[in-house]
Design a protein around this ligand. Structure first.
Ligand SMILES: C[S@@+](CC[C@H](N)C(=O)[O-])C[C@H]1O[C@@H](n2cnc3c(N)ncnc32)[C@H](O)[C@@H]1O
Length: 242
Protein backbone atom coordinates (compact mmCIF):
# COMPACT_ATOMS: atom_id res chain seq x y z
CA UNK A 1 0.00 0.00 0.00
CA UNK A 2 1.38 3.48 -0.84
CA UNK A 3 2.54 5.44 2.18
CA UNK A 4 1.48 9.01 2.91
CA UNK A 5 4.77 10.32 1.47
CA UNK A 6 4.41 8.18 -1.67
CA UNK A 7 1.30 10.20 -2.40
CA UNK A 8 2.84 13.64 -1.82
CA UNK A 9 6.41 12.80 -2.82
CA UNK A 10 6.93 15.20 -5.73
CA UNK A 11 5.21 18.22 -4.20
CA UNK A 12 6.98 17.66 -0.88
CA UNK A 13 10.47 17.39 -2.39
CA UNK A 14 9.93 20.47 -4.53
CA UNK A 15 8.83 22.56 -1.57
CA UNK A 16 11.53 21.13 0.76
CA UNK A 17 14.22 22.37 -1.63
CA UNK A 18 13.17 25.99 -1.09
CA UNK A 19 11.53 25.86 2.33
CA UNK A 20 13.06 28.33 4.77
CA UNK A 21 12.37 26.20 7.87
CA UNK A 22 14.18 23.29 6.28
CA UNK A 23 17.07 25.24 4.74
CA UNK A 24 17.81 27.68 7.53
CA UNK A 25 16.63 25.86 10.66
CA UNK A 26 16.07 22.09 10.42
CA UNK A 27 18.95 21.08 8.13
CA UNK A 28 21.69 23.26 9.68
CA UNK A 29 20.53 22.30 13.15
CA UNK A 30 20.42 18.61 12.25
CA UNK A 31 24.07 18.98 11.16
CA UNK A 32 24.95 20.83 14.39
CA UNK A 33 23.30 18.17 16.59
CA UNK A 34 25.04 15.39 14.67
CA UNK A 35 28.44 16.93 15.51
CA UNK A 36 31.66 16.06 13.74
CA UNK A 37 31.05 13.93 10.66
CA UNK A 38 34.47 13.22 9.20
CA UNK A 39 35.15 9.53 8.95
CA UNK A 40 31.88 8.52 10.63
CA UNK A 41 29.33 5.97 9.65
CA UNK A 42 25.84 7.50 9.73
CA UNK A 43 22.33 6.09 9.58
CA UNK A 44 19.78 8.58 8.19
CA UNK A 45 16.31 7.49 9.29
CA UNK A 46 13.42 8.67 7.10
CA UNK A 47 15.76 10.33 4.63
CA UNK A 48 13.05 11.37 2.20
CA UNK A 49 14.53 12.28 -1.19
CA UNK A 50 17.98 12.72 0.38
CA UNK A 51 18.27 16.51 0.55
CA UNK A 52 19.97 16.46 3.96
CA UNK A 53 21.38 12.96 3.47
CA UNK A 54 23.58 14.12 0.61
CA UNK A 55 24.93 16.99 2.74
CA UNK A 56 25.94 14.40 5.33
CA UNK A 57 27.40 12.18 2.62
CA UNK A 58 29.85 14.95 1.63
CA UNK A 59 31.75 14.18 4.82
CA UNK A 60 30.68 10.76 6.08
CA UNK A 61 29.59 7.35 4.86
CA UNK A 62 25.80 7.38 4.97
CA UNK A 63 23.23 4.61 4.80
CA UNK A 64 19.69 5.95 4.61
CA UNK A 65 16.22 4.46 4.74
CA UNK A 66 12.67 5.57 4.21
CA UNK A 67 9.42 3.63 3.92
CA UNK A 68 8.33 5.66 0.87
CA UNK A 69 9.34 4.01 -2.40
CA UNK A 70 8.71 7.28 -4.21
CA UNK A 71 10.99 9.27 -1.91
CA UNK A 72 13.78 6.69 -2.25
CA UNK A 73 13.30 6.60 -6.05
CA UNK A 74 13.81 10.38 -6.07
CA UNK A 75 16.95 10.08 -3.94
CA UNK A 76 18.38 7.45 -6.30
CA UNK A 77 17.46 9.54 -9.35
CA UNK A 78 19.99 12.17 -8.24
CA UNK A 79 22.92 11.21 -10.50
CA UNK A 80 25.51 12.46 -8.01
CA UNK A 81 24.08 10.76 -4.92
CA UNK A 82 26.70 9.27 -2.63
CA UNK A 83 24.63 7.72 0.17
CA UNK A 84 23.19 4.19 -0.03
CA UNK A 85 19.40 4.11 0.15
CA UNK A 86 16.89 1.44 1.18
CA UNK A 87 13.11 1.26 1.25
CA UNK A 88 12.63 0.15 4.85
CA UNK A 89 10.94 0.90 8.14
CA UNK A 90 12.01 0.51 11.75
CA UNK A 91 10.68 -3.08 11.82
CA UNK A 92 12.85 -4.47 9.03
CA UNK A 93 15.86 -2.12 8.91
CA UNK A 94 18.05 -4.28 11.17
CA UNK A 95 17.56 -7.33 8.93
CA UNK A 96 18.23 -5.28 5.80
CA UNK A 97 21.44 -3.82 7.23
CA UNK A 98 22.62 -7.25 8.42
CA UNK A 99 21.88 -8.81 5.02
CA UNK A 100 23.76 -6.10 3.10
CA UNK A 101 26.55 -5.13 5.47
CA UNK A 102 26.92 -8.04 7.94
CA UNK A 103 27.50 -6.75 11.47
CA UNK A 104 28.19 -3.09 10.64
CA UNK A 105 27.48 -0.56 13.42
CA UNK A 106 26.90 3.19 13.15
CA UNK A 107 28.64 6.05 14.98
CA UNK A 108 25.61 8.30 14.60
CA UNK A 109 21.98 8.07 13.65
CA UNK A 110 19.85 11.04 12.67
CA UNK A 111 16.20 11.62 11.84
CA UNK A 112 14.79 14.96 10.74
CA UNK A 113 11.03 15.46 10.97
CA UNK A 114 10.25 11.75 10.91
CA UNK A 115 9.43 10.26 14.33
CA UNK A 116 6.02 11.92 14.70
CA UNK A 117 4.96 10.07 11.53
CA UNK A 118 5.28 6.70 13.26
CA UNK A 119 1.86 5.09 13.14
CA UNK A 120 1.54 4.54 16.88
CA UNK A 121 3.58 4.41 20.07
CA UNK A 122 4.65 0.87 19.33
CA UNK A 123 6.25 1.97 16.04
CA UNK A 124 7.79 4.98 17.81
CA UNK A 125 9.39 2.54 20.27
CA UNK A 126 10.58 0.43 17.35
CA UNK A 127 12.34 3.46 15.82
CA UNK A 128 14.32 3.83 19.05
CA UNK A 129 14.88 0.09 19.59
CA UNK A 130 16.21 -0.60 16.07
CA UNK A 131 18.41 2.50 16.18
CA UNK A 132 19.80 1.47 19.58
CA UNK A 133 20.76 -1.94 18.19
CA UNK A 134 22.44 -0.45 15.12
CA UNK A 135 24.56 2.11 16.99
CA UNK A 136 28.00 1.62 18.49
CA UNK A 137 28.11 1.65 22.29
CA UNK A 138 29.22 5.30 22.30
CA UNK A 139 26.99 6.22 19.35
CA UNK A 140 24.33 8.95 19.51
CA UNK A 141 20.95 9.42 17.87
CA UNK A 142 20.06 13.04 17.09
CA UNK A 143 16.65 14.03 15.91
CA UNK A 144 14.43 16.98 15.05
CA UNK A 145 10.70 16.66 15.58
CA UNK A 146 7.55 18.75 15.68
CA UNK A 147 7.64 20.29 19.17
CA UNK A 148 4.80 18.78 21.23
CA UNK A 149 4.72 22.05 23.23
CA UNK A 150 4.03 24.16 20.13
CA UNK A 151 0.76 26.07 20.55
CA UNK A 152 -1.47 26.19 17.52
CA UNK A 153 -2.67 29.78 17.18
CA UNK A 154 -4.49 31.81 14.51
CA UNK A 155 -1.22 33.54 13.76
CA UNK A 156 0.49 30.45 12.40
CA UNK A 157 4.01 30.10 11.07
CA UNK A 158 4.72 31.46 7.61
CA UNK A 159 4.68 28.60 5.09
CA UNK A 160 2.77 26.28 7.49
CA UNK A 161 -0.78 25.90 8.83
CA UNK A 162 -1.39 23.34 11.57
CA UNK A 163 -4.83 22.02 12.56
CA UNK A 164 -6.12 19.21 14.74
CA UNK A 165 -7.74 16.46 12.65
CA UNK A 166 -9.36 14.06 15.12
CA UNK A 167 -6.50 12.81 17.27
CA UNK A 168 -3.90 13.71 14.64
CA UNK A 169 -2.24 16.96 13.68
CA UNK A 170 -2.40 18.06 10.10
CA UNK A 171 0.13 20.39 8.52
CA UNK A 172 -0.54 22.31 5.30
CA UNK A 173 2.62 23.44 3.55
CA UNK A 174 1.91 26.85 2.05
CA UNK A 175 3.37 28.79 -0.85
CA UNK A 176 4.37 32.49 -0.69
CA UNK A 177 0.73 33.48 -1.27
CA UNK A 178 -0.61 31.27 1.52
CA UNK A 179 -2.01 28.61 -0.85
CA UNK A 180 -1.66 24.97 0.19
CA UNK A 181 0.97 23.06 -1.82
CA UNK A 182 0.46 19.78 0.01
CA UNK A 183 -0.52 18.45 3.44
CA UNK A 184 0.52 15.68 5.83
CA UNK A 185 -0.91 14.17 9.03
CA UNK A 186 1.11 13.05 12.04
CA UNK A 187 0.77 12.03 15.67
CA UNK A 188 0.99 14.64 18.38
CA UNK A 189 3.10 12.64 20.82
CA UNK A 190 4.09 14.38 24.06
CA UNK A 191 7.71 14.97 25.03
CA UNK A 192 7.12 12.30 27.67
CA UNK A 193 6.09 9.80 24.96
CA UNK A 194 9.45 10.36 23.23
CA UNK A 195 11.33 10.11 26.54
CA UNK A 196 9.50 6.86 27.45
CA UNK A 197 10.11 5.26 24.04
CA UNK A 198 13.78 6.26 24.20
CA UNK A 199 14.14 4.95 27.76
CA UNK A 200 12.54 1.60 26.86
CA UNK A 201 15.24 1.13 24.21
CA UNK A 202 18.05 2.10 26.60
CA UNK A 203 18.59 5.77 25.64
CA UNK A 204 18.47 8.98 27.66
CA UNK A 205 17.23 12.07 25.82
CA UNK A 206 18.65 15.57 26.07
CA UNK A 207 16.31 18.20 24.58
CA UNK A 208 17.91 20.87 22.39
CA UNK A 209 16.31 24.17 21.35
CA UNK A 210 16.90 25.04 17.72
CA UNK A 211 18.28 28.30 16.40
CA UNK A 212 18.18 29.58 12.81
CA UNK A 213 21.37 29.76 10.78
CA UNK A 214 23.28 33.02 10.27
CA UNK A 215 22.33 32.87 6.60
CA UNK A 216 18.64 32.56 7.52
CA UNK A 217 18.86 35.60 9.82
CA UNK A 218 20.63 37.63 7.14
CA UNK A 219 18.00 36.71 4.56
CA UNK A 220 14.79 37.10 6.57
CA UNK A 221 15.79 39.26 9.54
CA UNK A 222 16.04 38.71 13.28
CA UNK A 223 12.41 39.74 13.81
CA UNK A 224 11.06 37.01 11.55
CA UNK A 225 12.87 34.32 13.49
CA UNK A 226 12.12 35.87 16.90
CA UNK A 227 8.44 35.57 16.05
CA UNK A 228 8.99 31.86 15.45
CA UNK A 229 11.18 31.36 18.54
CA UNK A 230 8.42 32.70 20.84
CA UNK A 231 6.39 29.59 20.02
CA UNK A 232 8.73 27.20 18.20
CA UNK A 233 7.21 24.50 16.05
CA UNK A 234 10.34 22.33 16.12
CA UNK A 235 12.69 20.94 18.74
CA UNK A 236 15.68 18.63 18.69
CA UNK A 237 17.09 16.00 20.98
CA UNK A 238 20.19 13.89 21.31
CA UNK A 239 19.61 10.34 22.59
CA UNK A 240 22.63 8.63 24.11
CA UNK A 241 23.02 5.04 25.21
CA UNK A 242 22.82 4.69 29.00
C1 LIG B 1 8.81 15.28 6.61
S1 LIG B 1 9.62 14.04 5.68
C2 LIG B 1 11.33 14.38 6.12
C3 LIG B 1 12.31 13.86 5.12
C4 LIG B 1 13.77 14.19 5.40
N1 LIG B 1 14.22 13.64 6.67
C5 LIG B 1 13.99 15.69 5.36
O1 LIG B 1 14.02 16.32 6.44
O2 LIG B 1 14.10 16.22 4.26
C6 LIG B 1 9.26 12.57 6.61
C7 LIG B 1 9.82 11.31 5.99
O3 LIG B 1 9.67 10.23 6.92
C8 LIG B 1 9.32 9.07 6.19
N2 LIG B 1 8.66 8.11 7.09
C9 LIG B 1 7.46 8.27 7.71
N3 LIG B 1 7.15 7.17 8.41
C10 LIG B 1 8.18 6.30 8.25
C11 LIG B 1 8.44 4.97 8.72
N4 LIG B 1 7.56 4.35 9.52
N5 LIG B 1 9.57 4.37 8.34
C12 LIG B 1 10.46 4.99 7.53
N6 LIG B 1 10.25 6.24 7.04
C13 LIG B 1 9.13 6.89 7.39
C14 LIG B 1 8.42 9.61 5.09
O4 LIG B 1 8.27 8.70 4.02
C15 LIG B 1 9.11 10.90 4.72
O5 LIG B 1 10.04 10.72 3.68
Amino acid sequence: MPTQYDNISREYTRLAMNDRFKRYLQYPEALRLAGSLEGSMILDIGSGAGLLTEQLAQKARVIAYDNSREQIAQALANPSHKAQYFVADPHNIEDIIRKNFADIKFDKAISTMVLMYSQDKSELEQFFASTFNLLNDDGAFSSIIYDPEHKITDNQGFQRRWTMKGKKLSVDFLDENGNTITSADFNNYSREDYEDAAKKAGFTIEWMNLVPSKEGIELFGQQYWEQHMKNPAYIGFIARKN
